[in-house]
Design a protein around this ligand. Sequence first.
Ligand code: ADP
Length: 158
Amino acid sequence: MQKTAIFPGSFDPFTVGHESIVRRATLIFDHIVIMIGYNHSKTPFFPLEKRERWINQVFQDDNNITVETFDGLTVDFCKKVGARYILRGLRTSADFEFERAIAQVNKQMYPEIETVFLLTVPEHTPVNSTIVRDIILHGGNASRFLPRCLDMDEFKPI
Ligand code: ADP
């Protein structure tokens, strides 16, 4: 049976940290669906259309990695696409505490689901979308934190 994993997040923007987790996970799963979720408690910095386009660009040569947007619960999306695994990345113990609660609640809502965590590579531990947005907002160069194939001019402050 095909092993499909969902990689949910806001990806505002998608960073080298996210890219590395997805690429490493392709050694474990047959198909990875990157799910860009809607976070109703915060307004995104980059429009959904751009975030989706950028991620599609990063994985344009990988037909086992697809990108979708979804406004709803991650477990409902898993059911919709027939996925039994949720992929998440861990950087710090703070990530772990946050992720633990979400994974355990997801397990209660959908017992067949397993959340699989990959520990970040050391050089990506400090990379997070909030810091990358801040660098961009203040006109700094965030290129080392963003996937190589993307055009940095597109990340200019909006
Ligand atoms: P969310 O809003 O759901 O936290 P994010 O876009 O911030 O979404 O992150 C999606 C996933 O990627 C989370 O599991 C997060 O821990 C993981 N992640 C974010 N940055 C990194 C990184 N630098 N290295 C490894 N995993 C990361």
